[in-house]
Ligand binder design. Structure first.
Ligand code: XUL
Ligand code: CO
Length: 438
């Protein structure tokens, strides 16, 4: 069998002091942390679109990525060879899961029938590679944003025939995901938004989007797909205003249209940042609603206002993410998908490994730090103590809805001026930092 990355060995755990290029310093897959093996806590996935299909171009220059396994053609044969290269990559990197869009893995044909035949052919290769290697599909999705037909949107297009095309694509992509035993299916609203309200009927577009998601739920049940459906929020890029702008907007939309029970959220760090939130904020909004499903693990570039999809090398952020994951009791269907690309300058095949090692080690260290912070308990106790007055009789009456505004007034008159304590933010930041070891 052809070896596509002959210069790269299998990456293994070598301990925190190791300095070799191709080792993990923190990711020790079998080590138990917080009651589960690291690989089960972290559930790392590689994104097919970045790892195999991103040429590393930018608006000013051509792609730089060297992909010797890729003949540059749109043939199904080339698409199948990519699968072989990808699975060698996953195996050497020790990544158990992957995610794809239909158009990443198979070329679009000249009509729907040809596109479906192409996808079927590559899905067979993926199925073989999965059963050979034991690697699995975390989620699949349909690319409803690249083709020019989606210029005005897909499920929010002004053209009903475009809506039908999008439906055809989701039908097939969901069936492919099911065939591959995918644990989930993502809806990211690539072109579901607008550039100008001068030409947009927002109310109508949103109701079409809701109907589209209901149709997808019905299709899921019709074909017997048991995976989790996710919505992935993002506020801008590519349209000026994306309808799924952040976790709160998505939850509100799902609730308004009776979809909440069918979806959870796939939260992405760079999208949270673009929305003007911290990642932890977005995760906590989702978790509070019982709707934290999965994570696209990347980071943005400080001071830039666009989606740079960098590999996550920020230990502080990874620790915050893992605190939220542990607080919800760990992933069920979801995982940490590296929706991340190398910088344009990192164009050699080995850079793919460096990038994923960075992300995996950062999250492994983040998991250990989060577990240690929880075990230490100082921060949790501080929060419990900060709200302790709510555990009083008065607090209980308010929380259970058994007191009136006027009764509260009477209480306040008798109780007099309250004693106020410090929020201790800087002290808590010091405590947090004590657990970071990258
Ligand atoms: C785009 C993005 C997508 C989704 C899947 O910013 O994050 O790649 O993750 O469509
Ligand atoms: Co994403």
């Amino acid at each position: 069998m052809t070896e596509y990355f002959p210069d790269v060995p299998e990456i293994r755990y070598a301990g925190p002091d190791a300095v070799d290029e191709f080792v993990f310093r923190h990711y020790d897959r079998e080590r138990p942390v917080a009651g589960r093996r690291m690989d089960e806590q972290l559930r790392f996935a590689s994104a097919y679109w970045h790892t195999m299909r991103n040429p590393l171009s930018d608006p000013f220059g051509a792609g730089t990525a060297r992909m010797p396994w890729d003949d540059g053609s749109d043939s199904v044969q080339n698409a199948r060879r990519r699968v072989e290269a990808f699975f060698e990559f996953l195996q050497k990197c020790g990544i158990d899961w992957y995610c794809f869009h239909d158009r990443d893995v198979a070329p679009e044909g000249s009509d729907i029938a040809e596109s479906e035949r192409n996808l079927d052919a590559v899905v067979e290769t993926l199925a073989e590679a999965q059963s050979r290697s034991g690697r699995r599909l975390l989620w699949g999705t349909a690319c409803l944003f690249t083709h020019p037909r989606y210029v005005h949107g897909a499920a929010t297009s002004c053209l009903v025939e475009v809506y039908a095309h999008a439906a055809a694509q989701v039908c097939k992509a969901m069936e492919a995901t099911m065939h591959l035993g995918g644990a989930g299916y993502v809806f990211w609203g690539g072109r579901e938004g607008y550039s100008s309200l001068l030409n947009t009927d927002m109310k109508r577009e949103l109701s079409h989007l809701a109907r589209f998601l209901h149709l997808a739920v019905e299709h899921k049940h019709r074909i017997g797909f048991t995976g989790q459906l996710y919505i992935e929020p993002k506020p801008k890029e590519p349209t000026t205003h994306q309808y799924d702008s952040d976790a709160a907007a998505c939850l509100n939309f799902l609730r308004e249209h009776d979809l909440l029970e069918h979806f959870t959220l796939n939260i992405e760090t760079n999208h949270a940042e673009l929305a003007g939130h911290s990642m932890r904020h977005e995760l906590q909004v989702a978790r509070s609603a019982g709707a934290l499903g999965s994570i696209d693990a990347n980071i943005g570039t400080a001071h830039l206002g666009w989606d740079t999809d960098c590999f996550p090398g920020n230990l502080y952020l990874a620790t915050e993410v893992m605190l939220e994951v542990l607080a919800m009791g760990g992933f069920t269907t979801g995982g940490l998908n590296f929706d991340a690309k190398r910088r344009r300058e990192s164009f050699e095949p080995r850079d793919l490994f460096h990038a994923h090692i960075l992300g995996m080690d950062t999250f492994a260290a983040g998991l250990e730090a989060a577990d240690a912070i929880r075990a230490d308990g100082t921060i949790d106790s501080f929060i419990a103590e900060r709200y302790a007055s709510w555990d009083s009789e008065l607090g209980r009456r308010i929380e259970s809805g058994s007191i009136t505004l006027a009764e509260l007034r009477d209480h306040a008159i008798v109780a007099g001026e309250p004693t106020i304590g410090s929020g201790r933010q800087e002290r808590l930041e010091s405590i947090f930092n004590r657990f970071l070891r990258g």
